[in-house]
Write a new protein. Sequence first.
Length: 192
Amino acid sequence: MRPTSFARDVAGVLGPLILVTAATMMVLRLLNALPAYWVSQTSPPPPAPMALADRLEYLSIEVAQADLGIVIATPSYFPSYLEWPPASIRGQREPVRVVSMLFTSADGLQALQIRELFWSGEELPFPVPEPADVVERRQVDVNGTPATLLLGKGQSDTRVNQLRWQANGIHLVATTIYPPEELLRIASSIHP
C-alpha cells in the first residue's frame, strides 16, 4: 500500500519538527536546563540552596532592620547615577541573617547590589555567587580591612565587578556594573 500525497506532506512537515524538538530537548537535558515538568521524576529534585531559604521582601530598610533584628549599613557615598531608595530589599533569617539591597541606575539598569551576611565566622556556611566569568582577582584594602576584588563578566559579556570583605562580624559583598574604582569608593563609605 502506497502512502497518499497527504500522508507524505504531513510526514514531510512533522518529521523535521519532531527531529528539531527532540534535538532541542537533548541539548537542554545536557545543559540541565529542561523545565521541571519535562524531566522524569525517577530521581529526587536537588535541594534548594541554603541561601534561598526563607526569602523575605521588604518595602524599606527600616522595616527590614526591625524584622531581621539587625542594623543595615548603607553607603554614605552614593553616586548621582544611582536611584535611592533601593529598588528591592530582600532578606532571610536562616541559616544566616542576610540582607540584599539592589540599586538601579537612572536608566533602570540593575547597577549595584550590596549583600550583608551577619555571620562572624571566617567562612560562610554557603557560597555567595561570583561573576560568571572572573577575569582577575585582586587583594585590596577597604578601610584597613583586607578585601578581594573580582573583575569579571556577567551575562551578555556585561562587565561585573565584585568586592568581598568582612567588618565587625558582617560579611559584605558589593557587586556592580561600574568600574572597580567606583566600587571601592562606595564600599569604603559603608561602615557596619
